[in-house]
Design a protein around this ligand. Structure first.
Ligand code: NAD
Ligand code: GLY
Length: 350
């Protein structure tokens, strides 16, 4: 097992290993004297893992309640957010109790935002069961729901008190969903770790789980430690996401987050090459790594549609946008564009 220690406004451990779910009760008992836990999960993950988790918690003396939402991005909405809050209140969950997010990034973001808001903040434990959640969304404290006007438009920073990443849960992931997570791993490789990038290029879905998840979490920890509240360096983690979020939303979420980010990264690589920020070789390496992972690289929508959607992105301040631009594999830079210049820049990638 690998332990990554995170020290932000709150300090916590990210535990990464096989077979951890069955020890979740003991692990939680170490960080809280309370013996009540409210588990939030989705219908697929519930059938696969809630029993193991609930048994482990019960064996350590926890009283456990479980709330289930339908799986998929559509559940990250205001109605479910309110439903979770009401359910926590009906179950008389108090400030000393713990909300556990068991699932992928959708459950993590929804449960995380509920934990941030309920009673102005209760303890949160993240138990990621997708690769994407393991390497990204369970760490760093961003929580959110989608609004009609756009993705992640309401949310809060709320750090977990513990992250238990049992990578044996990836065994049941459909390969499509595993690939979605690899999109975020390629992102980490491009923004800061060429060795990780080459590992994914070589191994594909047969990657070394302990190595890959630990390296991504360490990189995220290091970046977020410099900029917990996303005003500077943390924006590097958005490589491919500005265009990606617009694609996700334009597709009415029929294109998954991971695939949309893959297209977004390919768009940024092509645009960066065209504008002279990176070499043709660098752009080619990024695009072929995405293709080798069987992820898409072509934007199915015209530029004017994508641009219209991304203008409502929360990363836009005034009429400028901070873009994450690759210079080489392992190094990206943050560049402020006027909206007009960014439109022109993207023309080189879409
Ligand atoms: P997801 O949570 O929708 O999970 C994908 C699918 O996999 C779902 O159908 C789910 O039921 C299923 N699933 C989950 N674990 C499984 C398992 N072990 N076995 C079988 N099936 C399983 O999607 P995701 O890709 O994990 O997360 C995407 C979300 O994460 C997006 O909403 C995105 O905005 C968010 N996100 C948040 C952050 C952050 O920092 N908070 C970072 C990146 C992405
Ligand atoms: N996933 C982007 C971030 O956590 O900032």
């Amino acid at each position: 097992m690998t332990t990554v220690k995170v020290s932000l406004s709150k300090s916590y451990d990210v535990l990464i290993g096989g077979g951890l779910l069955g020890n979740a009760g003991q692990l939680l008992a170490k960080i809280t004297p309370s013996r009540r836990a409210a588990v939030i999960t989705d219908d697929i993950v519930c059938g696969l893992y809630s029993q193991t988790l609930a048994s482990s918690l019960a064996a350590s003396g926890f009283e456990v309640s479980v709330f289930t939402v339908p799986n998929g991005e559509g559940s990250k909405n205001a109605a479910n957010f309110i439903a979770v809050l009401n359910w926590l209140a009906e179950n008389r969950i108090t400030r000393s109790d713990t909300v556990i997010a068991l699932g992928g990034g959708v459950v993590g973001d929804l449960a995380g935002f509920a934990a941030a808001s309920y009673l102005r903040g209760v303890r949160l434990v993240q138990i990621p069961t997708t690769l994407l959640a393991a390497v990204d969304s369970s760490v760093g404290g961003k929580t959110a729901i989608d609004l009609d006007a756009g993705k992640n438009l309401a949310g809060a920073f709320h750090q977990p008190s513990l992250v238990v990443c049992d990578y044996d849960t990836l065994d049941t992931l459909p390969v499509e969903v595993l690939r979605d997570g690899l999109s975020e791993v390629i992102k980490y490789g491009v923004i800061g770790d060429e060795k990780l990038f080459l590992h994914i290029e070589e191994k594909g879905t047969g990657f070394d789980r302990e190595y890959v998840i630990s390296e991504c979490v360490r990189m995220k920890r290091d970046i977020v430690s410099e900029d917990e509240f996303d005003t500077g360096l943390r924006r590097l983690l958005n490589f491919g996401h500005t265009v990606g979020h617009a694609i996700e939303q334009r597709s009415c979420f029929s294109i998954s987050h991971g695939k949309a980010v893959a297209i977004g990264m390919a768009v940024m690589a092509r645009a960066s090459k065209k504008a002279g920020y990176c070499s043709a070789d660098c752009a080619e390496k990024i695009i072929s790594a995405i293709k080798n992972t069987d992820l898409p690289t072509e934007c199915p929508y015209p530029l004017y549609e994508i641009f219209g959607v991304l203008c409502s992105d929360k990363k836009i301040s005034g009429d400028t946008i901070t873009a994450v631009v690759p210079e080489k594999v392992g190094k990206c830079v943050l560049i402020d564009f006027s909206l007009a210049d960014f439109n022109e820049f993207l023309r080189g990638g879409i």
